[in-house]
Design a protein around this ligand. Structure first.
Ligand SMILES: C[S@@+](CC[C@H](N)C(=O)[O-])C[C@H]1O[C@@H](n2cnc3c(N)ncnc32)[C@H](O)[C@@H]1O
Length: 148
């Protein structure tokens, strides 16, 4: 983090950006930006074209088969999706970095679209720990409240 912060500062200095213009660039600001990226970013995994994505099993198989994440990205609208351990929607990337949202079941008009930030197959305790430590909240979705 220290190294990246130093690189950012010197890159701006080398671009002749004045100290006055970079007064915002404190370590605290940088840490805040990293935290917001961490919480809002999606890990992009390109799924091959050989599956049809109508069911969850096909999605999972495609995800496992995808060689590796091609990167991380923050998307404006998807940043607003809240988490649920039993989500009604899922985000996929078929060919490129254009994200697509897939419904995982019928969704009522007015129902909030919720995605799962983590591996939903983990048990209750492991999910709570990961969400608390990685995303800073205690999950109170219906599944967690039921103790599952
Ligand atoms: C990607 S943002 C989602 C949008 C955010 N709720 C907002 O209003 O901008 C992730 C943050 O939303 C909150 N959040 C998401 N799902 C939640 C849930 N099931 N229970 C409580 N807080 C949640 C947490 O603060 C989490 O760090």
């Amino acid at each position: 983090m220290e190294k990246e912060f130093g690189l950012l500062r010197s890159a701006l200095k080398n671009a002749y950006i004045t100290d006055e213009q970079t007064a915002f660039l404190t370590k605290q600001w940088y840490i805040g930006v990293l935290a917001r990226i961490r919480i809002n970013a999606f890990r992009i995994e390109l799924a091959g074209g050989m599956y049809d994505y109508r069911d969850l099993l096909s999605l999972a198989a495609a995800s496992v088969e995808a060689e590796a994440a091609v990167g991380n990205a923050v998307y404006m609208l998807p940043s607003f999706y809240n988490h649920d351990c039993d989500p009604n929607a899922h985000i996929v990337w078929i060919e490129n970095v254009d994200a697509r949202m897939k419904a995982l079941r019928d969704i009522e008009a007015g129902e909030e679209l919720r995605i799962c930030y983590i591996d939903a197959s983990m048990n209750h305790g492991a999910r709570q720990t990961l969400l608390s430590e990685g995303f800073g909240f205690q999950c109170r979705c219906l599944r967690c409240l039921s103790g599952d």
